[in-house]
Structures are given as structure tokens and as C-alpha cells.
Design a binder for this molecule. Structure first.
Ligand code: BTN
Length: 266
């Protein structure tokens, strides 16, 4: 029996039976893995894992973040990746990271933790990151082949290295007590399933409305960095695809991906 963080594989399997059927077909538990995203991607490519597989690891040796950053992944965190093949036009997949962040915010609320989303999908509390989302997808002939949604939530992590690019926090630091990883995971699966269902029903406006309610980005003076591009302005809205609209002296610029830095503090 593997110990996955503070719960046994058996407890985890019991909970997994309650998970919504249809989307999630199989759960894999790993005491340690390089990266749940990489493991899942390789399994899908070799066809050794079916679509709908969810991978959870107690620890990652090479946890990956956006823009090839490292994701700090010691025991105590929740590291999971979900594989999906939504029947949707490719363009709409840009909404997936946004509603995944929403699912994380709602999960944390169940534990009385109030967090906010920094566009597009950083979940933070007063500028300290508590969760991150890494989406990887493959498109073939203008159809989505797979989407891997990787989610890292800092659950029972007591301290973080000073070298992290963005300061971090955890449920343990916020609540001053440890929290069951299996309960965080099952709440997340439930919340994710709720928003994924809205997405498949094409209720995009509902998703975007809720995203805006739970984000602190709109109205902020910020810099958005996307590769070599750097846009300085005021975030005025997100469009139907979740792209950020930034008012600059040269007009409104539309940004599809990037990293935001708020210029007037948190
Ligand atoms: C970010 O904010 O930069 C995204 C972090 C995503 C981390 C998760 S942990 C589970 C999955 N496996 C990975 O290697 N990364 C994602």
C-alpha cells in the first residue's frame, strides 16, 4: 500500500468511487514521480493510459510550472494531472485554465480560505501563491487530441525556499493546522467537474462571470510579460476566450498568455 502524503491509497480509492463518472475513468497513485504532467503525457502518447486518467503523486522530483519554471513539490502538497478530450472548438480551450483556477478558489473556500485569481490562473492570497495550474494540450487537424490539466496546491507545506520567483503560502500556513490531502483532492475534483460541465454545455458567460468575481486583475495597473513582449497598462476586461484586454496609451491590447505583475502593490 502506498502512502500518498497523509492518506493511504486505500482511503484514496474509497473516495475515488464517489467521483463523477463519465469524465474520470481511472486514478493512479504514485508515491513519487518526476512530474504528474509528464507521466500522464507519456502514458497518453504510448496509449498505456486511457483518456480520463487522473494521476496524483505525493511528491514530484521535477515538478514543472508555467514558462519552464520549477514547481516546488515536496511531500505535503497536492500534485495532480487530469487528462481530458473535450468536444469543443480548439479556440475555446483557452478557458480551461481560467475555470480550473476558479475550481481551486472554490475548493479553498470549503476550507474557509479566501483566495483570488491573478490572470490567467495564478491562485494567490495577498500576493502569495497557494496554487498553480499548468495546461498542456495537443491539437490535430483542428481538433483537440488531449488536454492535460496539471494542478499543484500547497496544502501541508510549512516552509518555502526564499529562491521562489513568487512568494508562496499553503493551507497549513493559512489555517495553522494540517489538512487532509484526500479531502482537498476530492473537493477539487467536485468543483472542477462542476465547471467542466458548464464548459461542455457552452455556458462560457457563466464561467467568465464567476471568474471575474473571483479575480483581482481587472482594474489593476500592471505589466504583462509574454515572451519578449511587455505590455504596461490597465487591465480593463477579459474577452470571450479569456484573453486579457489591457488599456495602454496606444489603445487596447489583447493578450492571450503571459505573466502579470501588479504595479500598485497587491
Ligand atoms: C505554475 O503556476 O507555474 C503552474 C504550476 C503547476 C504545477 C503542477 S503540480 C502537478 C502538475 N505536474 C507538474 O509538473 N506541474 C503541474
Amino acid at each position: 500500500m502506498n502512502n500518498v502524503g497523509d492518506f493511504t491509497e486505500l482511503e484514496f480509492r474509497k473516495k475515488a468511487r464517489e467521483f463523477p463518472k463519465g469524465v474520470f475513468q481511472q486514478l493512479i497513485f504514485l508515491p513519487v514521480v518526476s512530474s504528474t504532467n509528464v507521466f500522464l503525457k507519456e502514458g497518453l502518447k504510448r496509449r498505456t493510459l486511457p483518456m480520463g486518467t487522473v494521476v496524483v503523486a505525493a511528491e514530484q522530483t521535477h515538478g514543472r510550472g508555467r514558462f519552464d519554471r520549477v514547481w516546488f513539490s515536496p511531500k505535503g502538497g497536492l500534485y495532480c494531472s487530469l487528462s481530458l478530450r473535450p468536444k469543443t472548438v480548439v479556440k475555446n480551450t483557452s478557458l480551461i485554465p481560467l475555470f480550473t483556477a476558479l475550481a481551486v478558489v472554490k475548493t479553498l473556500l470549503k476550507f474557509q480560505i479566501h483566495s483570488l485569481i491573478k490572470w490567467p490562473n495564478d491562485v494567490h492570497i495577498h500576493g502569495r501563491k497557494i496554487a498553480g495550474i499548468l495546461l498542456e494540450s495537443e491539437v490535430e487537424n483542428n481538433a483537440v487530441n488531449y488536454v492535460i490539466v496539471g494542478v499543484g496546491i500547497n496544502v501541508n507545506i510549512s516552509t518555502f525556499p526564499d529562491t521562489l520567483k513568487v512568494p508562496a503560502t499553503s493551507l497549513l500556513q493559512q489555517l495553522q493546522k494540517p489538512v487532509s490531502l484526500v479531502s482537498v483532492f476530492s473537493e477539487f475534483i467536485e468543483c472542477f467537474h462542476h465547471y467542466y460541465t458548464l464548459f461542455l454545455q457552452e455556458k462560457y458567460n457563466e464561467i467568465l462571470y464567476e471568474w471575474k468575481l473571483n479575480s483581482d486583475t481587472i482594474g489593476k495597473h500592471l505589466v504583462v510579460r509574454s515572451g519578449a513582449l511587455e505590455i504596461d497598462g490597465v487591465a480593463v476586461d477579459v474577452d470571450d476566450f479569456g484573453f486579457l484586454l489591457v488599456q495602454t496609451p496606444d489603445g487596447i491590447m489583447k493578450v492571450s498568455s503571459g505573466d502579470c505583475e501588479y504595479l500598485d502593490g497587491l
